[in-house]
Every structure is written in C-alpha cells, then in structure tokens.
Design a protein around this ligand. Structure first.
Ligand code: FAD
Length: 462
C-alpha cells in the first residue's frame, strides 16, 4: 500500500467548495470576500510563493476613488483570520475543467466546485533568456535588479508605462538611457502636455536626498543625428540640462567594453551593463490552457464576462490574468493596476458566492468609472474616466490649466460633457470632477471658466 500524496487518508482527493489560485492582490481579496460572505465554506488558496500580498490602509477617497498600500505578508496571517481557509503552497501545473480539479507542481490534486484564477502577469521581455535583459515583477526580481544596479555604470530602460516612469525617477548613481518609442514620456498615463509638466522633476534633485549622479539621458526616435542639445523637441519630450554633458561623454563611453549593446530603431547603438525591459505584461495563462477551451483575448488574458466568468464552466478569473470582455461603461477601461486587481478579486468573490447561493448579482459600481490615484515623480496623480481621450477619436475637447512645478489639470470634454480628467499635484478637484463625470451634466455654458483658478468650483457645483 503506497501513500498517494494527493489523496486524503480516506482515499479521495480533497475537494473544496472554492479554490482560488494566486496570492496576489486579486487572489487574496477574492479569498477574503468568499470567506466573509460564506464563513462556513471550505476555501483553498493555492499560491506559488511563501508570501501573499495584502491590501492595507484602505481608504475610500470618493465614490470610485480608493487608496491603499500593498504589503507582503506571511500567508499564516490569512489562515489565522479565516479558520475555514487552507493555504496550499505550490504552483498549479495543470487544470482539468471537465473533472473540476487542479494539479500542483508537487503532484497533489485538488477538486473544486468553483475556481478563480488570479495568477497575474509577468513582464513582456524584449528577448527571452538573455542574462542582460531584466524584467521587474516581484520582490525577487526587484532584489536582483537592485543588486545588479549597485554595480552598474549605465543601464538602458525600455518602455513607457508606469514601471519605466518610476524607474527613471528613482534610479540614482547610474546613468540611465531611457528608450521610449512614443512621442511623449509616460503615454500610458499622460499626454504630451502632462509629460512636459513632469520632465523638470527628472532633472531636479529629489526632495529627500541629493542624488550624486541622477542624470538620465533622453533620446527620441525622431531626433536627427546631431540634433541633441537644442532644448524641447516638437514631440514634447524635453532634453535635460545635462544633455550636452551626456553627449560629450559618449565618445569615451563608446570605447568601453559593455557586456551588452542595444540597437534602437533610430539606428543608434548604446552599450550598457544591463537592460530593463518594461514594455508591458503577459498574462500567466499557460498552465491552464492545455486541454481546456478558454477563450483568450488579443492581449493574452482569459476573457471574462460581467460576472468575472471565463468561458469554462465554474471557472472565474480576476486581476492581471483576465481581460474584461463585457459591454463596458463608456467611462471605464481595463488597466492592469492594483486598484483593478482588488476590485476584480472582490467582485469575483461576490459573484462566486452569489452563484453558489443562487442569488442575483449586478456589475459593481466601481466598473462605471475608471479611477486611479498614484504618484509619479513625487506628484500626486489622479486619473479619471477617459483621461487620455481613449477611444474618443478627434471628437473631443481638452481644457488645460498648468502651473509649472505645482499642478497640471486637464479635462476631457465630449459633446460638452466631462468624460475624463488628469489631475497632477494637490489640486483638490478629484471629487468634484468625479461627480461631474458621473452625472454627465452639460458643461457648455461654463466654457473655459471650468478651470478658472479664481472660481471655487467645488462650491459652484455643490
Ligand atoms: P499578481 O500580484 O501578479 O499575483 C499573482 C499571484 O499568482 C502570485 O502570488 C503568483 O505567485 C501566483 N501564481 C502565478 N502563477 C501561478 C500558478 N501557476 N500556480 C499558483 N500560483 C501562481 N499597479 C498599481 O496600481 N500601482 C503601482 O504603483 C504599480 N507598480 C507596479 C510595479 C511593478 C514593478 C509591477 C511589476 C507592477 C506594478 N503595478 C502597479 C501593477 C500591479 O502590481 C498589478 O496590476 C497587480 O499586482 C496584479 O495583481 P494580481 O493579483 O492580478 O497578480
């Protein structure tokens, strides 16, 4: 008689009412929701790492805006909170949707009545298996990055999303070459105007500590050879004050032997110690696709409907691994961010519980309006609705108010109604603008007065 590890002593594989896969924000929030909605339910969280990611200091700022911190915690914290929760530390190797079970890398098999896949996403690397190309995803890869950075003289950062923005601002004591294919920096979040507002922060010393050598060098695809050092370009990507020095150094740098060279589409080649690939993410779906018939979206995510259900029966998905494929509110779009991982995990848990209890459930209000609070270059940044005119075509109007070094306010109007906003700095406008976007009031009579700094807009629309 041999003990089969995935079988319980009674000889049957353990079947849980709910199995959630992934200990990131989406998975943990889903587990919390399930365990508090149905405290008697048998819930399992299967996750590859020893730690889970928890939401702490949660604050509802307004109807849709929320702020919180993300903390890594030992998974025992969750188990202590929810006595019916079992945490299984192993990666899921395969999924059998017909027989409703998952197999882990250590050979165990667990059955489920309902399953939620929250396996996140990983960096899309420029090239696979190159020791000089790093992606940053988790604590381990961040630590590896830090270690390599401490010995580096020059790195190349490729990409223009939130991670690249954060890195170019934070990296100190090392020359940074930032390769951006778009016309303006940070185009995932900003237009060229906001980018222009933020650029001086890159050139200034940071508030806390004077950086000995925090001087990123910028290059744009459009820049013709020899065009460096002429100040701001048409593309809205300004060159830093140290630009000439950077270029003057180049001759000397070119004779160095760098471990790796990158060639850009503008035909320039740069040597560096390593390359950070920050060009987006790929949903972690591989272990689940084989043998099943998931419908996968163009971006590689598992398609989910307005109940966070995938195309496979009793299988839900939430967070970075999924792609929202329901008919969306005209003011919302999916972005792979903490906020949405939390919201989706929470809502998936609610749907799973409601379906188990045969209760109806409606799409949560948080999916009505896209909203995100973050920090870039030490400025508070609030993004609302179609903040970059996403999907609006040429048929929209922009109002902008900008005070250098202090605030940047942009409003997107369509048919006289506010459909989006970017607020950088301490503008205190988020709640009023959120209301104006949600109530779709016709703002035509107010025209540019809407952003007149002498009018207390909050009082005005109260
Ligand atoms: P994840 O947090 O990736 O969690 C996935 C979990 O699944 C992990 O626990 C993993 O171990 C587990 N897993 C994966 N495969 C398996 C498997 N086969 N079996 C079992 N378990 C598995 N967003 C913001 O809003 N603000 C920011 O400032 C911000 N900064 C970021 C900085 C970096 C460097 C990165 C990489 C992302 C950042 N994001 C930020 C995005 C944010 O981190 C993600 O949107 C969010 O973490 C997604 O949560 P998730 O739960 O879907 O996935």
């Amino acid at each position: 008689f041999k003990t089969v590890p995935h079988l319980t002593p009674s000889g049957f594989k353990k079947t849980f009412q709910f199995v959630v896969m992934g200990g990131g924000i989406a998975g943990v929030t889903c587990v919390e929701q399930l365990s508090s909605q149905i405290p008697s339910a048998d819930v399992a969280l299967i996750t590859a790492g020893p730690h889970i990611k928890a939401v702490t200091n949660y604050k509802q700022v307004s109807r849709t805006l929320e702020e919180f911190d993300v903390e890594e915690q030992p998974s025992s914290v969750l188990e202590e909170k929810f006595p019916n929760l079992t945490i299984i530390h192993s990666a899921v190797k395969s999924l059998h949707t017909k027989s409703h079970c998952v197999e882990t890398a250590d050979g165990r098999v667990f059955g489920y009545k309902k399953l939620c896949i929250c396996s996140g996403a990983r960096p899309k690397l420029l090239t696979q298996d190159n020791p000089y190309v790093l992606g940053i995803r988790d604590t381990d890869s961040a630590q590896e990055f830090q270690k390599r950075l401490s010995k580096a003289k020059r790195i190349v950062i490729v990409g223009n999303g939130g991670i690249a923005l954060e890195l170019v601002y934070e990296v100190e004591g090392c020359e940074v070459i930032w390769a951006v294919k778009d016309k303006a920096i940070g185009n995932t979040f900003f237009d060229a105007g906001a980018a222009q507002f933020l650029i001086p922060s890159l050139e200034a010393d940071k508030p806390q500590a004077a950086a000995p050598c925090k001087r990123p060098r910028y290059t744009t695809e459009e820049a013709a050879p020899g065009a460096y050092g002429h100040g701001p370009t048409d593309s809205g990507s300004a060159l830093g004050p140290d630009w000439h020095e950077g270029i003057a150094l180049r001759g000397a740098e070119q004779v160095r032997y760098w471990p790796v060279y990158v060639r850009l589409t503008n035909a320039k080649t740069f040597g560096c110690d390593f390359v950070v690939s920050a060009t987006g993410v790929v949903p972690n779906t591989e272990p689940f696709l084989q043998g099943n018939t998931f419908v996968v979206a163009d971006d590689g995510g598992l398609q989910v409907d307005d109940h966070m259900m995938t195309s496979e029966p009793d299988v839900y998905a939430a967070g970075d691994v999924c792609t929202a494929c329901w008919e969306q509110s005209p003011l919302w779009q999916q972005m792979r961010l903490w906020t949405q991982a939390r919201q989706m995990g929470w809502y998936a848990g609610r749907c799973m519980a409601a379906h188990s209890l045969s209760e109806p459930v409606e799409l949560d209000f948080c999916f009505e309006l896209f909203s995100h609070i973050t920090k870039f270059f030490n400025y508070k940044v609030v993004l609302l609705g179609k903040f970059n005119g996403q999907g609006l075509g040429p048929d929209h109007e922009l109002l902008v108010r900008c005070t250098k070094g202090q605030e940047y306010v942009k409003v997107v109007l369509s048919g006289g109604r506010m459909v989006g906003a970017v607020l950088i700095g301490e503008t205190d406008l988020e709640e009023t603008f959120e209301n104006l976007i949600l109530n779709q009031m016709d703002l035509t009579p107010y025209g540019e007065e809407l952003l007149n700094p002498d009018i207390d807009i909050e009082d005005y629309f109260d």
